[in-house]
Design a protein around this ligand. Structure first.
Ligand code: BJW
Length: 229
């Protein structure tokens, strides 16, 4: 590859072969849970116990033997060996990119292994379950900790840095994302508008497939190493 800088957007599909469920597949997470019940601020206000239970179960799975797969590792190699800049922007809340070795990484939808205080915003690492009766150190009060996740209706993280990188990149690659959720779904148009080449890697063409200049289809664990080599 011969690009000055590269922005890679990843979605649930890159972690699917590590054993984590995607959202919108027939057996996806949204099949078992209504989005409005577990992934909105209103849901957390209404039923924090249910929301904590949803994220506790996913945290337990992540810490219970899930490992990065060849696609995560290939992206870490790309960042390490590529002469230009590589930024990975992930919509995923798992830590598989960092465990594989990625360092220039933005978790735009938050991180499963952190909770934060709803009053002060202070973040705390969390390795086990979180509950409504837990106290935060900042307020020493119960019930203020929420998963450090960007839910529907909330602002994704580090958007200024992401848009700056999209405007400056020469190659934009989206891996394993369905293109249903904004603002991430709009990144391809921003990058293309700024003159970048755009490439989609997915099992099959996503709803934005025709917006990309090129699509390569197959499992991420095969397509990403092929791209990087
Ligand atoms: C494989 C594979 C394999 C499988 N190999 N591939 C218009 C503009 C802007 C906003 C909106 C808009 N219209 C509506 C909105 C609001 C809303 C939104 O987008 N709604 C849509 C449903 C229409 N967006 C928001 O509310 C966002 N905030 C916001 O917009 O703030 C205002 C703002 C304004 C202006 C600028 C900036 C901001 C927040 C969105 C938060 C999303 N949160 C979630 C849940 C929390 C995290 C969690 O619990 O894990 O994030 S939703 C869920 O979807 C999760 C994901 O990160 C996200 C994306 O899903 P993803 O990764 O694409 O997964 P899937 O399952 O959909 O697809 C998997 C893909 O992998 C498929 O294509 C498979 O084929 C593929 N695949 N196996 C390769 N082995």
């Amino acid at each position: 590859m011969k690009y000055g800088s590269i922005v890679v957007l990843t979605g649930a599909g890159i972690s699917a072969e590590s054993g984590l469920r995607t959202f919108r597949a027939a057996d996806g997470l949204w099949e078992d849970h209504r989005v409005e019940d577990v992934a909105t601020p209103e849901a957390f206000e209404r039923d924090p116990v249910l929301v904590h239970r949803f994220y506790n179960a996913r945290r337990r799975q992540l810490l219970g033997g899930v490992e990065p797969n060849p696609a995560h590792r290939a992206l870490a190699r790309l960042e390490r060996d590529y002469p230009g800049e590589v930024l990975v922007v992930t919509q995923n809340i798992d830590d598989l990119h960092e465990r594989a070795g990625s360092r220039r990484l933005i978790h735009m939808h938050g991180e499963l292994l952190f909770v934060r205080c709803t009053r002060t915003g202070r973040r705390y690492p969390v390795e086990g379950d979180c509950s409504v009766s837990q106290r935060c150190e900042c307020c020493e009060a119960e019930g203020r900790l929420r998963p450090d996740i960007v839910w529907f209706g909330e602002m994704p993280l580090q958007m200024d840095t992401i848009y700056e990188a999209l405007e400056a990149c020469e190659l934009f690659v989206a891996i394993g994302t369905s293109g249903h959720v904004y603002p991430a779904a709009g990144f391809v148009e921003v990058a293309a508008g700024a003159g970048a080449r755009t490439l989609e890697l997915n099992l099959e063409a996503s709803r934005l497939g025709s917006v990309f200049e090129e699509g390569r289809y197959g499992p991420a664990s095969e397509q990403v190493p092929l791209l990087v080599e």
